[in-house]
Design a protein around this ligand. Structure first.
Ligand code: ACO
Length: 342
């Protein structure tokens, strides 16, 4: 043994670096795309550190169509008194994987398993398509899965099975994410974004709707239809497909899907991070620019070169028409006025 073996830090590894996430594409021969997780604290604790091994690599591999998980742990040396990786590492990860639906260590068994599953696998046939778009000659489709209702009706649905396989990506890439409690909350709806040609999953969104109470007068009037807010809870584009515009397309599709429904009164977002705020601002501005709202606002504010104040009533009316949240709509108006000043 050498001197460094006695230094505790030589036996510690960042769990963010040790864990390697890989995706195998449609063409298995082409190999895997590997990328790091952003967060591992939900699995390995707040220190995101693993003690007792050297050259530790934890492989968590999925095939990009069925998402059947494969898990393997490798290391060159283990401290004598370190706990066996079986119980130390594997037992920390498996509670986050679907019970009895992952393969440990045996890579051939895993390859066989997803190959045979692929033969009859087509989730797109099982759900409602709400939109589609093209990017560089490839077609993408957005599919709606009312997963909270589905789990009550058909626990064994392939869509449920698929969700239980992919949900770990929320923990790995969205800060403070937790697993959806589907059994207790039938209002959860997820949207899956697929490459239509090769069936690979590009991203997904979890959402739920909640009743928008508009005061007792409206409620007591039996003729008024109940209105709902739609909340985006977790929004994720799989790491290999980020920064290609998919997030924007997915967001725009969700917006127009909800915009068209007269029972939806407002579109909201739960704890957006900076990146999502940015995506939301860019796309909301695109929406408002395409409908002519920029000009409309300018006309309201400027009359023969004179700056006027826009009435709160008018802003509120427009906000309701576009179904934006109050705070977000005020931000958008400020941004538009800044853009128009230039
Ligand atoms: N070529 C190069 N760049 C492009 C292209 C293109 N064809 N198209 C868009 N971009 C740029 C955009 O201009 C933008 O750049 P900017 O950030 O400098 O303004 C950037 O790429 C991202 O835009 P999109 O591609 O539309 O967005 P993306 O598909 O990457 O999705 C998201 C963004 C959802 C944040 C994604 O990165 C992600 O999933 N991150 C990890 C999880 C996460 O943070 N989710 C949000 C948490 S908050 C919540 O869930 C409510």
């Amino acid at each position: 043994s050498n001197v460094s073996d006695f230094q505790p830090q030589s036996w510690q590894t960042s769990s963010n670096e040790a864990l390697k996430i890989s995706l195998i594409g449609k063409d298995v021969q082409a190999g895997a795309i590997q990328f790091p997780p952003t967060f591992t604290y939900p699995i390995f604790g707040d220190d995101e550190t693993i003690y007792g091994y050297k050259d530790l690599v934890i492989h968590l591999v999925f095939d990009s169509i069925t998402y059947k998980p494969f898990l393997n742990v490798k290391y060159s040396e283990k401290l004598n008194d370190a706990i066996d990786p079986q119980t130390d590492i594997i037992d920390k990860i498996t509670p986050f994987l679907p019970a009895n639906d992952y393969i440990l260590r045996d890579e051939l068994q895993w390859v066989d398993s997803f190959h045979s599953e692929r033969e009859s696998f087509n989730l797109m046939l099982l759900c409602e398509k709400i939109d589609e778009y093209k990017k560089e000659d490839k077609s993408y489709g957005i599919y709606r899965v009312p997963i909270g209702e589905l789990i009550q009706k058909d626990k064994d649905s392939p869509l449920i099975k698929f969700w239980l396989r992919i949900q770990i990506f929320t923990l790995l890439y969205i800060e403070a994410a937790t697993y959806l409690n589907l059994e207790d909350e039938p209002r959860w709806v997820i949207y899956l974004l697929f490459n239509e040609e090769d069936q690979t999953l590009i991203g997904f969104v979890t959402t739920y709707s909640y009743w928008d109470y508009q005061g007792h007068e409206s409620f007591d009037n039996k003729a008024t239809k109940l209105k709902f807010n739609e909340k985006i809870s977790q929004f994720l584009i799989m790491p290999p497909y980020q920064e290609l515009g998919h997030g924007s397309s997915l967001y725009q599709s969700l917006y127009s899907y909800w915009f068209k429904q007269d029972t939806v009164s407002c579109i909201t977002v739960e704890d957006p991070n900076e990146q999502f705020d940015d995506l939301r601002d860019r796309n909301d501005l695109k929406i408002l620019s395409s409908t002519g709202f920029f000009e409309e606002l300018k006309k309201k504010c400027m009359d023969e070169q004179e700056v006027k104040f826009v009435s709160d009533e008018w802003i509120e009316l427009k906000r309701q028409e576009y179904k934006f949240e109050k705070r977000q709509f005020n931000r958008l108006i400020e941004m538009i006025l800044l853009i128009e000043k230039k």
